[in-house]
Design a protein around this ligand. Structure first.
Ligand code: 5AD
Ligand code: SF4
Length: 448
């Protein structure tokens, strides 16, 4: 079927999309939305008003698949109204055709590694096909690129530089749900960044499950060089990147942050555990000492770089001593933020069959101890900013409190007041004097 005919048949069609999970999923949805709009669909904010309902799922933790099936049950009654359903994302890839068995009213199931085929899959949907699948698993070498990305924010936006993951950490479902690692060319990434700058974006966040494994197929740029090149585009004031894997973290990333002022002074470097023994069981391929060496590079940078991390509590076999190692590591690094999770067994992963599982109450207790200690660390870290003048990008307003919500280059929230009669617009940059600190945010006054 020709593109023209598709657009005609899809005209006046509406869609509603719900998204769960990480930034990669959020950005995938922006690309999916752009693809649908290009095919003639119109987005609506109410599922009752939609002809097509898309559900972009996450399966990183908990009983994600049960939650999805539970939600799909709600769709049963909507199906009676003639609506069609698509399940996308990590649960779609993980559960595959089982979704059709459990929810026969679903017409399309696709993992992220197949999104480049969405235009064809939408045509099949228009033609009335059922059980349409995009389940490429780990065969795909291609990336999903579109110039029609419907970004939800006009000032800062994501760019995917690498898809998939080849790391196979013992606890993690991502290598099974997002396919093989495949990088975009630096030419394509830089062209997208330039288009964003031309459209008025000032902040770009480069995305990948592991941005440090970025390999330019054209061989032109390393990850650090790409980062610097994006930061040098005229009009781009802030560049962030996530997520880094400590095994591949290289010193030239810190050197790039030193050399290019628009590269934000923040590194998110997930450690997962402070015990080398547990790191080995997790198949992370680095030790506590190696991780701390990377941290020492970051701490030696010319401007202070904020550090945050992810940690897992109660991985199978984690002893009280291993947990203590995690707590002491957090104290040694002095993170500005920790995303800590209780270990959750995931299908297909090596850890699911590992012995010595830790009781839920013990996991919760360890999590609480870690977070209590971390709160004190953050209280001290955030207090260091009092008296400093920091640049923020305005994100919005809290009218109830009469405050403007800003974000610093270090990715900290800075709520502030201004004496100007007109509140600064979202996306604008201002200098703010920090007057007070809390463990998770700063308070200040705009410098007029
Ligand atoms: N259980 C708990 N946390 C997990 N993460 C990934 N897989 C699991 C799991 N099975 C956490 C890791 C990762 C973050 C995105 O989610 O800390 O860095
Ligand atoms: Fe969730 Fe991981 Fe998939 Fe992101 S990649 S949506 S965090 S399972």
């Amino acid at each position: 079927m020709s593109q023209e005919k598709t657009a005609v048949s899809a005209a006046n069609r509406t869609f509603y999309i719900e998204t769960f999970g990480c930034q990669m999923n959020v950005h995938d949805s922006e690309k999916v939305i752009g693809t649908l709009e290009q095919q003639g669909y119109t987005r609506v904010e109410d599922e009752e008003a939609a002809d097509l309902i898309l559900y972009n799922t996450c399966s990183i933790r908990d009983k994600a698949e049960q939650k999805v099936f539970h939600r799909l049950n709600d769709y049963k009654k909507l199906h009676a109204q003639g609506k069609r359903f698509a399940v996308l994302g990590c649960v779609a890839q993980q559960e595959g055709e089982k979704i059709f068995e459990r929810a026969p009213y679903v017409s399309l199931v696709s993992g992220s590694a197949s999104y480049r085929k969405l235009p064809e899959m939408l045509v099949q949907l228009e033609q009335g096909a059922s059980r349409i699948t995009g389940l490429d698993d780990r065969q795909t070498e291609e990336t999903f690129e579109t110039e029609f990305t419907a970004r939800s924010n006009r000032h800062r936006g994501y760019i995917t530089i690498i898809e998939g993951c080849d790391k196979f950490c013992a606890y993690c479902v991502v290598p099974y749900t997002r396919g093989k690692e495949r990088s975009r060319t630096s030419t394509s990434v830089l062209a997208e960044a330039q288009r964003m700058a031309d459209a008025g974006y000032t902040e770009i966040q480069l995305l990948g499950q592991n941005v440090n494994s970025y390999r330019d197929a054209e061989g032109r740029k390393s990850f650090a060089e790409l980062l610097a090149a994006v930061g040098e585009i005229s009009g781009i004031q802030r560049v962030r990147f996530t997520t880094s894997h400590p095994r591949d973290f290289t010193r030239d990333i810190v050197e790039a942050i030193d050399a290019v002022p628009s590269l934000c002074d923040h590194v998110h470097l997930p450690v997962q555990s402070g015990s080398s023994r547990v790191l080995h069981l997790m198949q992370r391929e680095y030790t506590r000492e190696q991780y701390l060496e990377h941290i020492s590079w970051i701490k030696a940078a010319k401007r202070p770089i904020s550090m945050t991390t992810d940690m897992i509590m109660g991985f199978p076999g984690e002893t009280p001593k291993d947990f203590e190692d995690t707590v002491t590591l957090a104290a040694e690094v002095q993170y500005d933020g920790i995303f800590a999770f209780k270990y959750s067994p995931r299908p297909n992963t090596p850890a699911i069959t590992m012995a010595d599982s830790i009781p839920e109450e013990e996991k919760s207790m360890r999590l609480q101890i870690l977070l209590d200690r971390q709160r004190e660390i953050q209280r001290i870290n955030y207090a260091r900013h009092v008296g400093q003048t920091l640049e923020v990008m305005v994100e919005g307003h809290n009218s109830a409190r009469g405050q403007v919500i800003g974000r610093t280059s270090q990715n900290k929230t800075l709520n502030f007041t201004t004496r100007q009669p007109i509140l600064p617009a979202p996306g604008s940059y201002l200098k703010v004097l920090v007057t007070k600190s809390l463990p998770n945010s700063l308070v200040g006054e705009a410098i007029d």
